[in-house]
Ligand binder design. Structure first.
Ligand code: NAD
Ligand code: WQD
Length: 360
């Protein structure tokens, strides 16, 4: 029996693959590599000393996806695959709706056909829109302020409808707050294409000298120092939350929603200070106008995940900054050129093994 991880070459997916392998799960990974490199998976194999199968595959291709279910005895699916850039989603909404929603529908159709009904889905705190107050619990009203966020809302609805139609499904909707940091080895991490949209990768690229200075989006919010407040969560804690969700669904059907956050909020200036302290790098910044669509303050009430999954985020903010910096400083150009892309194109169902087995 194996866990299928969609989008497993990506930032959160690769960290989750690593933790799954460490805990003895068999995994199969599918990803079309539109926003990632298969090199991340080779490094996951290196760190864990384990092999697993990888399919370079687009979830929009339902027939191809079926071949994976034919070949493997899949017991559960963790579904990370999706496009995630908020700004881009405003410019190309149809691409976001098509990719994120149709690929999820395809996945559910194939799962249904093969009687696989355990699904963990990557949702987002973005589904809370602008919350009335904080901390945000799962019961808060839902709304979205951009096409990306609406794809998450629509998919959550689709999955709730699916459960209503067939009560044997077990579905976890995990609403992530702001994932940052990297595995402690510094060999896997977040590798954004082009100029980063998110705060932490922007800061690390300023620290490494690739970007001149950070633009701080607004300093007039009703927060501790006027800058936006977020609930930053270490990506390894987030990965472990998925394994707790898998445990729960092994003896439970239903649709359950969980916030995965720390319950603590930090301002942009507090993040800069924490990063500077652990990296001993100065982060030059300037205050600019607020970014359209940003909420002033957002952090989780994560008590449901604690009570029902037995999960708590343990890694604190300085460790998050230190791990993000270790990844960036050891990999100034991220994963670099992906030697596995052609390999995986020639060989569907490529076995990902550690470095020694590959000529790069
Ligand atoms: P990521 O872009 O690093 O990973 C997503 C992966 O999905 C990529 O490897 C991409 O190549 C793959 N993919 C996209 N469309 C695909 C398709 N049609 N078929 C196959 N593979 C496809 O992003 P991430 O940060 O690891 O996020 C993972 C999930 O978590 C996403 O669904 C994202 O929306 C959600 N999420 C992310 C954050 C965040 O801040 N990173 C916050 C909340 C929710
Ligand atoms: C954090 C804070 C910015 C960049 C986004 C998505 C959300 C989710 C997580 C997927 C804010 C400030 C940022 C910069 C800055 N993704 N900032 N200068 O906006 O909370 O959430 O990622 O689901 O949907 O919207 O994260 O890292 O972009 O911003 O001042 O260059 O840092 O204003 O206060 P955000 P972020």
């Amino acid at each position: 029996m194996a866990i299928l991880v969609t989008g497993g070459a990506g930032y959160i997916g690769s960290h989750t693959c690593l933790e799954l392998l460490n805990q003895g799960f068999d995994i199969v990974v599918v990803d079309n590599l539109i926003n990632s490199k298969a090199e991340s998976l080779r490094r996951v194999s290196d760190i864990t000393g384990k092999e697993f199968k990888f399919y370079k595959l687009d979830l929009l291709d339902e027939e191809l996806l079926e071949t994976v279910f034919i070949e493997y005895d899949i017991e559960s699916v963790i579904h990370f695959a999706g496009l995630k850039a908020v700004g881009e989603s405003v410019n190309v909404p149809l691409r976001y709706y098509y990719n994120n929603i149709i690929s999820t529908i395809n996945l559910c159709k194939v799962m249904n056909k093969f009687n696989v009904k355990n699904l963990v889905f990557s949702s987002s705190a973005t589904v809370y829109g602008t919350p009335d107050h904080v901390p945000i619990s799962e019961k808060f009203p839902l709304s979205a302020m951009n096409p990306y966020g609406r794809t998450k809302l629509v998919i959550e609805d689709i999955l709730r409808d699916l459960y209503v139609s067939d009560n044997s499904w077990s579905i976890s909707l995990l609403r992530y707050f702001n994932p940052i940091g990297a595995h402690e080895s510094g060999t896997i991490g977040e590798d954004p294409n082009g100029i980063p949209n998110n705060l932490m990768p922007y800061i690390t690229q300023v620290a490494i000298g690739k970007l001149k200075e950070l633009n701080v989006f607004g300093n007039n919010y009703p927060t501790v120092d006027g800058t936006g407040v977020r609930d930053y969560i270490h990506v390894v804690d987030l990965a472990l939350g998925h394994i707790k969700a898998l445990d729960k669904m092994s003896n439970h059907s239903g649709v359950e929603t969980f916030n995965l956050g720390t319950g603590k909020g930090y301002s942009v200036l507090e993040i800069i200070a924490a990063f500077e302290e652990v990296s001993m790098k100065e982060i030059p910044y300037k205050i600019v106008a607020p970014r359209q669509g940003d909420v002033p303050i957002c952090y989780a009430d994560a008590s449901k995940a604690q009570n029902e999954l037995g999960w708590v985020a343990e890694r604190e903010i300085k460790l998050m900054c230190m791990d993000a910096w270790r990844w960036q400083s050891q990999n100034p150009n991220g994963y670099g050129k992906d030697t596995l892309i052609t390999e995986s194109e020639k060989n569907p169902g490529l076995i990902i093994k550690s470095k020694d087995f590959f000529v790069s």
